[in-house]
Ligand binder design. Structure first.
Ligand SMILES: Nc1ncnc2c1ncn2[C@@H]1O[C@H](COP(=O)(O)OP(=O)(O)O)[C@@H](O)[C@H]1O
Ligand SMILES: [Mg+2]
Length: 250
């Protein structure tokens, strides 16, 4: 708890919760924080149909998470518990990163031995119990979160922890949402790179093509058309026909 206070005192960023004051009694440590009124990203997602956001909104939120992470990493702070529950939204649906209870402040390149976090979000290095650098582990967790924002479930699931960890180490996942853009799939793949040496930094991701698409809806529609045509050429039966997919045949 005291470490969380020390780390929060070092930070001043619009997408990170502000610590106003901290004090302790014999039995308790009290943290007075700005009140973030919009609830967590976890509860926001639960209100959505299929627990999915549309890609434009996911992109806006993910961008803010990356800005917050870039700031943390620039101060050599690794969050180590990035997940939907630890992202709060203010009244304008802007991101506030909370819960630095697992966080650590060590030089970015220095490897960590403490294997902590939330199982579904743990990077392959953590579940393999090999020493890992903090920032790339945060990036992996944001990849898991990015997957969840558009697919309504986690990329890696298992009947047991061992089963889950095996799937994380393999790093393969299935995309359920057929309407996402190629750029989304590419940035997701970059985040969920099992090799932490080649996994991008927060800044690398902020420069990604996904953030440069001008009209995501039009791009997603083009991708849907492309898939539809490919299926016709491959003679794969089209199960779902919507008005606009029928138009392509004409
Ligand atoms: N600044 C805040 N404003 C509003 N709610 C908050 C704030 N900080 C924490 N909470 C609420 O309290 C919960 C637990 O806080 P958190 O810091 O994540 O602790 P824990 O280590 O128990 O997960 C959060 O999921 C959130 O619902
Ligand atoms: Mg929490």
């Amino acid at each position: 708890m005291r470490r969380e206070v020390v780390l929060l005192q070092k930070m001043n960023h619009p997408n990170i919760v502000k610590l106003i004051e901290a004090f302790e009694t014999d039995s308790h440590v009290y943290l007075v924080m700005e009140n973030v009124a919009g609830g967590s990203l976890h509860s926001y997602l639960k209100e959505m149909i299929n627990k999915q956001l549309d890609e434009e909104e996911a992109r806006r939120i993910f961008y803010q998470i990356l800005i917050a992470l870039k700031y943390c990493h620039s101060k050599c702070i690794a969050h180590r518990d990035i997940k939907l529950e630890n992202i709060l939204l203010d009244e304008h649906k802007n991101v506030k990163l909370i819960d630095f209870g697992f966080s650590t402040c060590i030089p970015n390149h220095k490897k960590i031995r403490m294997f902590c976090g939330t199982p579904s979000y743990m990077a392959p290095q953590i579940v393999s119990k090999v020493e890992y650098a903090g920032p790339p582990a945060d990036i992996w967790a944001t990849g898991v979160l990015l997957y969840a924002l558009l697919n309504g479930c986690f990329p890696f699931r298992g009947q047991t922890d061992d089963d889950l960890y095996r799937r994380i180490k393999r790093g393969t996942y299935h995309i359920y949402n057929q309407k996402v853009t190629r750029e989304y799939l590419d940035i997701l793949q970059r985040c969920l790179d099992v090799n932490d040496d080649t996994r991008p930094t927060a800044q690398d991701l902020l420069d990604d093509q996904w953030f440069k698409i001008e009209d995501i809806k039009a791009r997603a529609y083009d991708e849907e058309k492309r898939q539809f045509k490919a299926r016709i050429l491959a003679k794969v039966p089209i199960i779902k026909k919507t008005n606009h997919t029928i138009c392509i045949l004409a």
